[in-house]
Design a protein around this ligand. Structure first.
Ligand SMILES: [Zn+2]
Length: 417
């Protein structure tokens, strides 16, 4: 038995932490939650004074890189990074090699996950074969194997008619369709948000309309077909506006935002540092403000890290040619705490709703709770601690992050899972 003593429990239902001791048995089941519990003989007590106990987070957008790109990340290192960051469940994007586009590949990835991962990793499948945007992937096989969503990850389905057929089939199988929102004809070889900074740095720009047009199109196709749609990595103020009005119209759409797009801008791209090269790119302060507002008013349903590791070597090429994406599983909780919760922009309740409970609901899972009889999935967080994001701190195989070298408020002491 382990007794987590003298801490407070936070949840999506309450803005204020509530005093609570938590007793966990050998099987990891929460035996008791009460204001005070006295430890019996043989109970190991973990002093949680000054700390909060937080339900395990759930990340809807994770690229594990295995199978196929194990030099960047493996399922085991991905799981280790997740646990280190307070994330106890996640959805794997299907952009491995080979891409997960059939029931058999869903099954073999599920088998691999159950061998190596101590946390729940749910498998998504592709919308189109090989993510090539040419023909439908094997929907019925993937549905019967339990894929939780279908997406071509950061590839947009280029043909609206093919996307329409994807959504029609997805609706028949009650599968969630997830898109990344990009118009390749506008994005071209862009590397950074198009605007003052891209001109100053002499880098090819990606205009905001590249994402805005794509998500508008995807939502109209969802409206036409009645499919459930989830939009990844919303990054602009106009995007938030479109989604709000689509929801008002009754379109069945949810969306997510990354921690980076909430709190960093194109102005933060220092000295051509490729750790700030993201897809979609960092935008402007007015976009950040609209995204935070959208998160608070409910237009934005979830936070997702878009954990997309590339090795330091791959990231060390010049800004224009370096790959998009960074490792995010270990810094999301800390970055959001440092920037928003500790500054009282919003509280733990909203954060837990957006990064733990609602992401699970989007893929039809039950939210996790710190309550008697539940499996333990929580982490001990010290709001008075400080964490320096160093290469050593990060457990991912690819320690690449815009927060590298920064010290953030708060400290994740331990994740119990
Ligand atoms: Zn992604």
């Amino acid at each position: 038995m382990r007794l987590f003593k003298n801490g407070s429990i936070v949840s999506e239902d309450s803005p204020e932490p509530k005093r609570g001791d938590v007793l966990v048995d050998e099987k990891g089941i929460i035996q008791q939650v009460a204001e005070t519990i006295e430890g019996a003989d043989g109970t190991r007590t973990v002093d949680c004074s000054g700390c909060v106990l937080v339900p395990g987070m759930f990340d809807l957008n994770v690229h594990s890189r295995e199978p196929g790109f194990e030099h960047k990340e493996t399922l085991a290192s991905c799981a280790e990074a997740a646990i280190h960051g307070g994330v106890t469940g996640l959805v794997l994007m299907p952009d491995m090699a080979p891409p997960v586009d059939s029931g058999n590949l869903v099954k073999s990835l599920q088998d691999l996950v159950s061998e190596v991962s101590p946390i729940s990793m749910y498998v998504s499948g592709c919308l189109t074969k090989q993510r090539r945007g040419e023909e439908l992937a094997g929907f019925s096989g993937m549905a019967s194997r339990g894929a939780v969503m279908l997406t071509d990850a950061d590839h947009e389905v280029p043909c609206p008619d093919l996307l329409r057929r994807c959504m029609e089939y997805a609706k028949d199988f009650d599968l969630l369709v997830t898109t990344h929102g990009d118009t390749p004809a506008l994005t071209k070889a862009g590397a950074i948000n198009e605007g003052a900074v891209s001109y100053r740095l002499g880098l090819p720009g990606i205009p905001a309309i590249s994402q805005e047009i794509a998500l508008e199109r995807d939502m109209r196709v969802a409206q036409h077909t009645g499919a459930r749609l989830h939009l990844q990595q919303v990054s602009t103020a106009n995007g938030v506006k479109s989604i709000a009005s689509a929801k008002e119209e009754g379109i069945n759409v949810t969306c997510e935002v990354s921690p980076y797009h909430l709190l960093l801008t194109e102005e933060d791209v220092e000295d051509y540092n490729t750790h700030f090269k993201l897809d979609p790119p960092l935008r402007r302060q007015s976009d950040c403000d609209a995204l935070v507002q959208g998160l608070i008013d409910g237009t934005i349903d979830a936070i997702a890290s878009n954990h997309a590791p590339h090795t330091e070597f791959e990231k060390s090429s010049d800004f224009a040619t370096a790959p998009f994406g960074v490792s995010g599983l270990e810094t999301t909780v800390l970055a959001i705490f440092d920037h928003f919760i500790s500054r009282e922009v919003f509280g733990w309740d909203l954060f837990i709703k957006k990064y733990s409970a609602d992401p699970r609901r989007i893929v039809k899972l039950e939210p996790v709770k710190i309550a008697t009889g539940e499996k333990s999935q929580f982490f001990v967080f010290d709001p008075n601690g400080m964490t320096t994001i160093s290469r050593d701190y990060l457990k991912t195989k690819s320690p690449v992050s815009p927060f590298l070298g920064k010290t953030l408020k708060g400290e994740i002491r331990e994740t119990v899972v």
